[in-house]
Design a protein around this ligand. Sequence first.
Ligand code: ADP
Ligand code: MG
Length: 456
Amino acid sequence: MAEGSWDYSVFWKEAIAQLHTEVSEQEWVMWFNNLRYEGSSADSVTICVPSSFYRDQIQQRYCPRIEQKLKELSGNDISLDFTVRPLEPEEKQERPAKSHPAAESPPPKKPPHPQLKSEYVFESFVVGVNNSFAANAAYAIAKNPGTAYNPCLIYGGVGLGKTHLIQSIGNTVHQDDSARIVYVTAETFTNEFIQSIKNKTNHQFKNKYRSVDVLLIDDIHFLQNKTETQEELFHTFNALYDANKQMVFTCDRPVSELKHLTDRLRSRFERGLNVDLQPPDFETRFAILKRKIEEKNVPISDDVIDLVCRNITTNVRDLEASLTKLIAYADLVNKNITPEVAQQLLKDVFSNPRQSNITIEMIQRVVADYFALSAGDLKGKKRTKAIAFPRQVAMYIAREMTEYSTTEVGLEFGGRDHTTVMHACQRVESRMKTDPTLEPTINHLVRTIKENNAKS
Ligand code: ADP
Ligand code: MG
């Protein structure tokens, strides 16, 4: 076969089909729904994954097995390579309708669960790089409660979708079978517990929580310093865990960062799967707003969505609040919203406007020029000092001059992880303290970037 014309896609498909029969359905949903065959070379198959997290997990969990199968099927030693790239916009739009199995579930047949909001379902949850791991884990749990990923803890900052996801699990299980589901916030759990002691109904309290099939507790950071409630939850946990009952918790930070939690409860939370929710990147913010606008059927143009998404980068709750404001205005004055009107209406929440329209590409070009490299070097894999340091500088400047998140910056640098970007920024900052020439260099680069931008 001629150089460059390798095609192992058939072997890949077969290997994956075999694996499908060997792993559980939740493993399949979780890890394999997001893989796409990208291409082959003489001795490798390249697979596209939506985040570095997936790459690492697939590598650790399945690489040897897949490679073994590829070898058996093709007779060659074929290794797996990965490229990290979020789903293309069109793939993203198709996902909920096509590949997200939740979209095919039948309409609700039962009355809603009394503790759950019926709008918190997987169908209305927009999946992006920032949340796909958590969303897939939650979906896998909802489809097979108590069998894998038990317990599961979803953590992340305010307004990122923790309550939406944990309640989606509850709503899905509620529709699928007759499992007893209890959803509470940690605050309600605490209050009920205290009341039960006061009223001497502690026995009923214990019974209620130890006889559930699925226990969902939201915002467990609230339990800090509540030693007796923690003690009670610890025993509840053990009882349910031994009986293979599903437990899901949410928390506003990793459990390791909760200060006032007993070690033994902490270790219980950490026992199962811990998944995080990151702030949404631009594409995901756009997709979320677009979807909400379509659901509400209000005439708001893509220009306006673009403006809002560029300026509101924090979380989904803030995005929704801005939308509510725009809709209220549109209703009142009965007019279409232009970007100018939106800018005016939301100027207080647009506290952190982007510095003009400087792009990461522009920054890469200037930094690469300065260090006599190419932009491709900065995005590439090489980690020699001569490239690694300029790359860190470029990442640092990108974070300083634009509002892109570390995730977005990482993607622009050859699909690197957001932690790499964070690390780069720390390195540059600490080096500026010891190397007096660095700050002037960076200032010079920033000026050049601004001038280039003004010219373009
Ligand atoms: P948290 O519990 O993490 O503070 P919520 O689950 O309450 O956040 O989410 C805040 C709001 O944003 C809710 O209205 C929720 O429906 C919405 N939301 C969050 N993430 C998404 C998403 N990925 N797609 C659609 N809506 C979302
Ligand atoms: Mg919440």
